[in-house]
Ligand binder design. Structure first.
Ligand code: AMP
Length: 367
């Protein structure tokens, strides 16, 4: 159990804390005691705290929070603790919540020991504490058998330095201003329980124990309910896990099938492409062949044309040559004929001339 005891100075929360420690074997964590120890040992922290404590003011949050953090995380506080005199203001209450949440050990109970102011003052002024065993007395209504000596162990009784009227006034004002808001804080959180701190210590303790037992049994029930919830949750989780595993398997099978089908489709597509490519290639080859044939045909045709042309040319040449020959022959024949005619004409002229000569001769002869 993790318990915070709240109450004004002199409310008897320290006494109740000690009784709780005895009954539940939990460590009591009292910031006031720890600070007083530090002051007695005159440690640097104690020297710092003394001024505020003597004036009935609060010691700085920094110092108190450091003390609490160190103490709450000690192994003996694992099973629980009773905080006495802490938290004393809202900042401390919030810091404590944060610390305990981070440790995964939240508070179970904040218990306010309520006492009216007049009774408080009487208690504080008459309060005596045993220096050896911590037993408390009050010189007005619970005095020791021997003045200044503890009934239990015979130790010396101490009247606290801050239990004088002036400091008490300050401490009560500090409680009203700073600590009452903490009471409200826990009330809002729903963890606050209040008992009246008036009457016999044992009766008050009975009331305290009743509240603690009540919270404890609630916690047990909660733990049981939590355990049942956890079991159900586990069962649900297992079911859900199974369903998820089955779903995953189905999914994986479907995935595999889809993959296979996709592979097949790809294969088919590739094969189709190959066939198409082959067709295209064959067509290309055929086209090429046709083109080649055409080229060959064209070449053959061209050759034929050329051959024809050549033949024609040769024939024309031959014709021309033949014509030329004929013409030459004709020329030669004409020339010959002309020559012959000319020769004949010469012969005829000669004959004529001869005839003329002969005629002339004959004429001359006649004459
Ligand atoms: P207590 O014995 O609890 O009455 O405390 C005695 C004095 O110690 C107080 O008057 C404060 O000066 C100082 N003190 C104890 N606890 C705290 C705390 N939580 N915060 C600040 N000061 C504290």
């Amino acid at each position: 159990m993790r318990i915070v005891l709240l109450g004004a100075p002199g409310s008897g929360k320290g006494t109740q804390a000690k009784l709780l420690v005895e009954k539940y074997k939990l460590p009591q964590i009292s910031t006031g005691d720890m600070l007083r120890e530090a002051v007695a040992e005159a440690t640097p922290l104690g020297r710092q705290a003394k001024i505020a404590m003597d004036a009935g003011q609060l010691v700085s949050d920094e110092i108190v929070l450091a003390i609490i953090q160190e103490r709450v995380t000690r192994p003996d506080a694992r099973k629980g603790f009773i905080l006495d005199g802490f938290p004393r203001n809202l900042q401390q209450a919030e810091a404590l919540d944060q610390l305990l949440t981070s440790l995964g050990r939240p508070l179970n109970l904040s218990l306010l020991v309520a006492v009216d102011v007049d009774a408080l003052i009487q208690r504080l002024v008459g309060r005596r504490t045993c220096l050896s065993c911590g037993q408390m007395y009050n010189v007005y209504y619970a005095p020791p058998h021997i003045e200044g000596r503890c009934d239990e162990c015979g130790g010396r009784l101490r009247h606290r330095a801050d239990d004088n009227e002036e400091t008490i006034g300050n401490r009560l004002r500090v409680f009203e201003t700073h600590t009452l808001p903490v009471v409200e804080y826990y009330k809002e959180q729903g963890s606050l329980r209040t008992i009246q701190g008036v009457g016999e210590i044992s009766d008050i303790f009975k009331a305290v124990t009743k509240v603690v037992e009540d919270v404890k049994s609630n916690l047990k029930n909660e733990t049981r309910t939590d355990a049942i919830r956890a079991a159900f949750a586990k069962h649900r989780a297992t079911k859900a896990e199974k369903a998820a595993a089955e779903k995953a398997q189905k999914k994986s099978v479907k995935k595999k099938a889809t993959k296979k089908a996709a592979k097949k489709t790809v294969k088919k597509a590739v094969a189709k492409k190959k066939v198409a490519a082959k067709k295209v290639a064959t067509k290309k080859v055929a086209k090429k062949k046709v083109a080649k044939k055409k080229v060959v045909k064209k070449a053959v045709a061209r050759k034929k044309v050329t051959a024809k042309k050549t033949v024609k040319k040769v024939a024309t040449k031959k014709k021309v040559a033949a014509k030329k020959k004929v013409a030459a022959k004709k020329k030669a024949t004409v020339k010959k004929t002309v020559k012959k005619v000319a020769a004949r004409k010469k012969v005829a002229a000669k004959k004529k001339a001869t005839a003329k000569k002969t005629a002339r001769k004959a004429a001359r002869k006649k004459r």
